[in-house]
Design a protein around this ligand. Structure first.
Ligand code: 6MZ
Length: 354
């Protein structure tokens, strides 16, 4: 009889071979330790007296509050303060998702950010990211969402919409839409007219909704835009701090939910993984996509997220396969693209199960 250890090894090997899509990855939250070390060396060449707390604070402690996470983002932003760094980060994050997690399609998201001290503008930052995306030689398709930070002003958010609209046309669809993220306790209803305008112009919307509890009114308003995908959605289901109306607004139009298990447990929005609403949504056949959120900050990977889901929610190999394949339905691409990507996944199925 196979031991538990043998079973776990078999499951890990299966998941490693599984082709995947990643639809919720914040660029700067996805930076690996190796890349951080590389950026620190580069920064010290430029400024020998520069002292970073990244080495100590960023990735050491595993258990964080949401506030801790946001402190880490500030440290990372301090490190990625010029176009070269943005390009290195983009290149490394894409390579790691492609090579380590067998991701075949990824939608990265990042907040346009200026750094007056180095001359980096919001646009030169985004262009550096786009240029690194284009240069990637990995076997992976990469798209970009520009993020609106909840802490920002309406004017800034409007600028981001204009930039996304312009760059989508200019890059022939490398930029595909907008994300709404940032401190989830900060109100976001003021951005609704901008989000509606974005939809009107054909941009896709992936909005962080109900990442924290007690945001019922805001969640209802954001769901009514409506978004094309929901980030987190931890407190929408009636059994998890939501209510029947939020369930209807989410499940009626089947708005896919980007599930970030490790992120939610580590940042404390979900106490224990078994309590995660993922199981409730699965039970009613709601489209869910496993995602990493910030693989660097949370020391995870997409493989680890699948392993965690398999273990905690008792998913069979077939169920894991279906979960990955069905994620393709939720990508921001054309029908034809989805059909081709599914064919690519299906051609890898036999090898996966062997
Ligand atoms: C909300 C998050 C987030 O944009 O500089 N971000 N926003 N909730 C989360 N859950 C933990 N994780 C990341 O990547 C970092 C930025 O992404 C958002 C925050 O605004 C953070 O500053 P970029 O590439």
């Amino acid at each position: 009889m196979a031991s538990l250890h043998d079973e776990e090894s078999r499951q890990r090997r299966f998941i490693e071979k599984l082709p995947k899509v990643e639809l919720h990855a914040h660029l700067n939250g996805s930076i690996s330790q190796q890349t951080i070390q590389r950026l620190i060396v580069l920064r010290r060449q430029r400024d020998p007296s520069w002292n970073s707390s990244c080495e100590n604070a960023t990735l050491e402690s595993r258990s964080k509050t949401l506030a801790d996470c946001f402190a880490v983002f500030s440290l990372l932003h301090d490190l990625v303060d010029n176009e070269e760094a943005a390009s290195i980060v983009t290149n490394d994050v894409i390579r790691e998702f492609a090579q380590d997690d067998n991701v075949k399609y990824i939608e990265l998201r990042t907040t346009p950010r200026a750094m007056p001290a180095t001359g980096m503008t919001k646009e030169s930052y985004v262009r550096a990211v786009l240029s690194a995306m284009r240069k990637s030689e990995e076997d992976i398709t990469v798209r970009l969402l520009l993020a609106i930070d909840r802490r920002t002003s309406i004017e800034d958010a409007a600028d981001t919409l204009e930039m996304a609209d312009r760059l989508r046309k200019e890059t022939n669809g490398l930029v595909i839409g907008l994300d709404l993220s940032g401190d989830p306790t900060k109100p976001a209803e003021k951005f609704i007219p901008i989000l509606k305008e974005a939809k009107k112009r054909g941009l896709k919307l992936a909005l962080h909704i109900a990442e924290v509890n007690n945001m019922t009114d805001e969640s209802r308003a954001l769901l009514s835009v409506p978004p094309d995908r929901i980030g987190h959605g931890v407190f929408l289901h009636p059994d998890h701090g939501g209510n029947a109306q939020l369930l209807r607004l989410t499940h009626g139009p089947k708005i896919p939910i980007e599930i970030c298990l490790t992120s939610n447990v580590t940042s404390g929005t979900v106490k224990v993984i078994q309590d995660h609403c993922f199981s409730q949504w699965r039970l009613i056949g709601h489209p869910c996509i496993l995602c990493t959120d910030d693989k660097g900050v949370f020391s995870t990977s997409l493989n680890e997220e699948y392993i965690l889901a398999a273990k905690e929610f008792h998913l069979s190999f077939e169920e894991l396969w279906d979960l990955s394949l069905q994620s393709i339905d939720s990508i921001f691409e054309s029908k034809e693209f989805k059909t081709e990507l599914k064919a690519k996944f299906l051609s890898a199925k036999e090898r996966c199960f062997s």
